[in-house]
Design a protein around this ligand. Structure first.
Ligand SMILES: N[C@@H](CCC(=O)N[C@@H](CS)C(=O)NCC(=O)O)C(=O)O
Length: 216
C-alpha cells in the first residue's frame, strides 16, 4: 500500500494557523480520499540537514509518497491531481486548464498578496512599510478585480471543482487579516463555496488539531 506523508509544523503563531502551506496538501489528499501521515516538526527543525536535504529552502510542506520526495505545494498538489479525478478531470484540455490556473494562483496572484501580508504581519510598525502599503493594497485590488471578471458568474474555475480552486482559495485565504475580499462579492461567494467542502474542513481541522495538541 502506498504510504503518504506530509511535513507540518507542530505549532505556529495564531496569525499563521490555518494558513501554513501543508494545508494545501492535506486538502488535496482529503479530496482524493488518500490516507496520509503527518511528520510534525518543530520550527527550528526545518534547518536540520536531513530536512534541508528534502526541502532545500527549509520550509513546509515536504510530501513523501513511498520513495518519492517532493517540495513546493503547487508541485505536490499537481502530482496528487494526476492521481484523482476529484482534483483534475481526465480530459487533456481541462487538465491543461487546471495546470494553468494553479500557476496563475501561485505566480500571478499569490506574489502581490504575499507582499501585502508581509507588510501587515511582519513590518506593520516600520515607516517604510506604512509608506509601501497603499500601493501594495492597490495592486492586490487590481488583481482581484481581474480575477473576479475572469471568474464572472461561474461556480468554479472549470466546469466542476478542481485542484485549481483548491489552490486559488488557499491563496485568497492569505488576505483573511484584511477586509479586502469583502469588496468583491463574486470572490467571497466563490471562497465560501469552495471552503464549504467537507475535505477542506477536515484538512483545516487536522492542521489546527496539530497546533492544539502542542505542548511546549
Ligand atoms: N513556495 C513554497 C512556500 C512554502 C512556505 O512558505 N512555507 C512556510 C510556511 S507556510 C515555511 O515553512 N516558512 C519557513 C519559515 O517559517 O521560516 C510552497 O508553496 O511550498
Amino acid at each position: 500500500m502506498t504510504v503518504r506523508r506530509v511535513s507540518a509544523y507542530k505549532w505556529v503563531p495564531p496569525f499563521a494557523q490555518g494558513l501554513v502551506r501543508d494545508l494545501r496538501v492535506r486538502w488535496a489528499l482529503e479530496e482524493a480520499g488518500f490516507a496520509y501521515e503527518v511528520d510534525a516538526i518543530a520550527h527550528p527543525d526545518r534547518l536540520a540537514p536531513d530536512y534541508v536535504a528534502k526541502q532545500p529552502f527549509a520550509q513546509v510542506p515536504v510530501y513523501e509518497e513511498d520513495d518519492l520526495v517532493l517540495f513546493e505545494s503547487g508541485a505536490i498538489v499537481l502530482h496528487l491531481a494526476r492521481q484523482s479525478t476529484m482534483l483534475m478531470p481526465s480530459d487533456p484540455t481541462e487538465q491543461a486548464h487546471v495546470t494553468m490556473w494553479i500557476f496563475a494562483a501561485l505566480n500571478s496572484i499569490e506574489p502581490c498578496i504575499s507582499v501585502l501580508a508581509e507588510l501587515d504581519l511582519f513590518h506593520a510598525e516600520q515607516n517604510w512599510a506604512r509608506e509601501q502599503r497603499p500601493l501594495a493594497e492597490e495592486t492586490v485590488k487590481a488583481r482581484l478585480q481581474q480575477l473576479a471578471d475572469a471568474l464572472a458568474d461561474r461556480d468554479y474555475l472549470l466546469k466542476q471543482f478542481s485542484a485549481a480552486d483548491l489552490m486559488l482559495v488557499s491563496v485568497l485565504r492569505i488576505l483573511r487579516h484584511t477586509n479586502i475580499l469583502a469588496g468583491f462579492s463574486t470572490l467571497t461567494a466563490y471562497q465560501n463555496r469552495v471552503e464549504s467542502r467537507p475535505a477542506f474542513k477536515r484538512a483545516l481541522e487536522a492542521q489546527m488539531n496539530t497546533f492544539a495538541a502542542y505542548e511546549p
